[in-house]
Ligand binder design. Structure first.
Ligand SMILES: [Zn+2]
Length: 206
């Protein structure tokens, strides 16, 4: 299972190398007893996300209607990938993706994508809220425990490393392109956030 998620938590995208990990049931066993061993129901997750999710489910027990579901990190053929449901506030002035309500956002914060149907927007919103993807497991952390902060430190460190290798990112974008593509792949930590950053530079990634 670990190889399938490449050591990255399916929910928060942290590198789990130094974290306690579990195999989490996306649809909780208590509400979906037939699903306890279904392959696409198993998520490689860090303990933080497992504690946070527990037996939570936004819909009626045993109901497979997607309108009353969370967004699954598992890729399912023919379905929108999880990352299509979310976008990030990057903290830049030119971050048009989530402009408009940026006053209350901090860099690294996840929000539902702006182009979703109302039903899918609700699913994305519930996923962020119930899994506490903008904070930590107890929901009242601040500073360096907050996931947006951790995401942003990771990205800033990455940018600093790229710039020390290639020089200014904006004027050497062709040199940095392949590295950013590689670091936007799902087997990398915080890859959705890095992908959002790469797209803000006009790079097609994934
Ligand atoms: Zn996690």
């Amino acid at each position: 299972m670990r190889s399938n998620f490449a050591g990255i938590c399916g929910y928060c995208e942290q590198d789990c190398a130094s974290l306690v990990t579990v195999i989490e049931h996306f649809r909780p066993r208590s509400l979906f007893p037939d699903e306890w061993i279904a392959w696409d129901n198993l998520i490689y997750a860090c303990q933080r996300c497992d504690f946070q999710k527990e037996e939570k489910w936004p819909g009626p027990p045993g109901n497979y209607d997607e309108s009353y579901s969370y967004v699954s990190p598992n890729l399912v053929l023919g379905k929108q990938p999880a990352e299509a449901f979310f976008q990030y506030y990057l903290g830049f002035v030119e971050d048009a993706e989530v402009a408009g309500n940026s006053d209350s956002l901090v860099p690294g914060q996840m929000v539902p994508s702006s182009n979703l149907s109302p039903g899918n927007w609700w699913r994305a919103y519930r996923t962020i809220e119930d899994l506490d993807l903008n904070s930590d497991s107890n929901g009242n952390a601040s500073g360096d425990e907050r996931l947006p902060y951790i995401r942003n430190v990771y990205l800033e460190t990455l940018i600093a490393e790229i710039e020390s290798d290639f020089g200014d990112l904006y004027s050497n974008i062709d040199d940095a392109r392949y590295l950013l593509q590689e670091l936007s792949q799902p087997d990398q930590p915080f890859s959705s956030y890095v992908a959002a950053f790469a797209r803000s530079l006009g790079l097609q990634v994934r």
